[in-house]
Design a protein around this ligand. Structure first.
Ligand code: NAP
Length: 250
């Protein structure tokens, strides 16, 4: 069995410094890919991921950019190609929440979540597709959320962005499938990361009771799904939304 099925491939993971993105960067690197690790404000965390990958014999670079800035996405793709020579795999993972009941969501909190969680992912796809279309291959994996599938009270902005990512995934799959490019989404449920660490204990308890597997997932369990979708074995899977949610949306 090939232990480095992604050797020679280059992956860009946005939000690769922490949580699910960090686990994705490590999993893709472990499979042999060179990895560009995107981050916004935590260069040390991104450097730590790069150091781990290099220590294991891999290639890695860190790329700081605030994806709320409309120009940042294309620049991330360009820098990935400039520093690692190509872009074969994109994991649109960077995401934020600004939770509130819909009647209290400010325009600023609506716009920020849509900008980082949806518009930036679109812009990264648009920029990465140009070289992928030329080479007639590529893998795009968008990290959505179960909130984008079944909704979640207090997360109208986030759910709208994550549902938008699913629409983006399905439309792109139809646009670029004939060129050998697959586009899939992974929809995590409740995953233990910094994003969920701030949730109140009773909210976690109620959420856990609704999950058939009765526990939160780990970042590594989401990364395993992302790794699979990037592998040659997943070449015939596109337009799919893979739930990694302990059965929450079953
Ligand atoms: P996290 O621990 O909060 O990490 C967020 C990552 O995104 C960090 O690497 C952060 O970089 C980066 N980021 C945040 N804002 C950014 C910006 N403006 N520009 C560029 N990068 C930015 O989040 P997580 O829990 O791992 O979530 C990762 C993805 O999974 C998100 O899209 C999230 O919506 C989705 N998801 C998470 C869960 C969950 O339960 N955790 C469930 C469903 C879906 P810095 O380190 O520099 O801040």
């Amino acid at each position: 069995m090939n232990s480095q099925p992604l050797a020679g491939r280059v992956a860009l993971v946005t939000g690769g410094s922490r949580g699910i993105g960090r686990a994705c960067a490590l999993a893709l690197g472990d499979a042999g890919a060179a990895v560009a690790i995107g981050y916004s404000v935590n260069p040390q965390a991104a450097d730590e991921v790069a150091t781990l990958l290099r220590g294991a014999g891999g290639r890695a670079v860190t790329l700081g950019a605030d994806l709320e800035d409309p120009g940042a996405a294309a620049a991330l793709v360009d820098r990935t190609v400039a520093e690692l020579g190509a872009i074969d795999i994109v994991v649109n993972n960077a995401g934020i929440t600004r939770d509130n009941l819909a009647v209290r969501i400010s325009d600023a909190d609506w716009d920020a979540v849509l900008a980082v969680d949806l518009s930036a992912a679109f812009r990264v796809c648009r920029a990465a597709l140009r070289p992928m279309l030329r080479r007639r291959e590529g893998r795009i994996i968008n990290i959505s959320s179960i909130a984008g599938v079944i909704g979640n009270p207090g997360q109208a902005n986030y759910s709208a962005a994550k549902a938008g990512l699913i629409g983006l995934t399905k439309s792109l799959c139809r646009e670029v499938g004939s060129r050998g490019i697959t586009v899939n989404a992974v929809a995590p449920g409740f995953i233990a990361t910094d994003m969920t660490a701030g949730m109140a204990a009773d909210v976690i308890e109620t959420a856990t009771a609704a999950i058939p597997l009765r526990r939160l997932g780990s970042a590594e369990e989401v990364a395993a799904a992302v790794r699979f979708l990037a592998l040659p074995e997943a070449a015939y899977i596109t337009g799919h939304v893979l739930h990694v949610d302990g059965g929450l949306a079953a």
